[in-house]
Design a protein around this ligand. Structure first.
Ligand code: SF4
Length: 106
């Protein structure tokens, strides 16, 4: 008499797959979740120049010309959202601003 009513029960390793299915799924899902977070991060950074504080030294434009430009006597941002490839330089520009006129929204 067959002690395994289901043909699937006769497959080697079938019980192993059943027990660890959750663990395998967790390992598989984790990178996907990180990827989604990265995508959200890519579209969230905004740079703001406080026009009342900016002294017009031009350092931010030199540091990150992809985001900052001089306009008259002060700097302004030239993009609504900081491109992901410019985020590091944009942070450098914020940290280098001598009067802390730059703020970032993330
Ligand atoms: S570095 Fe600061 S003070 Fe200088 S131009 Fe840029 S925002 Fe203005």
């Amino acid at each position: 008499m067959d002690s395994h009513p289901s043909p699937a029960g006769d497959l080697p390793g079938d019980g192993f797959r059943g027990r660890d299915a959750g663990a395998e799924r967790a390992e598989f899902d984790e990178p996907r979740c990180e990827h989604v977070e990265e995508q959200e991060t890519e579209t969230r950074m905004k740079a703001i120049v406080d026009q009342d504080t900016c002294t017009g030294c031009g350092l931010c434009e030199q540091t990150c010309p992809q985001v900052f430009e001089m306009d008259g006597g002060t700097a302004r941002t030239k993009v609504a959202v900081v491109p992901v490839e410019a985020e590091t330089l944009c942070r450098d520009a914020m940290e280098g601003c001598p009067v802390e006129a730059i703020s970032l929204e993330e």
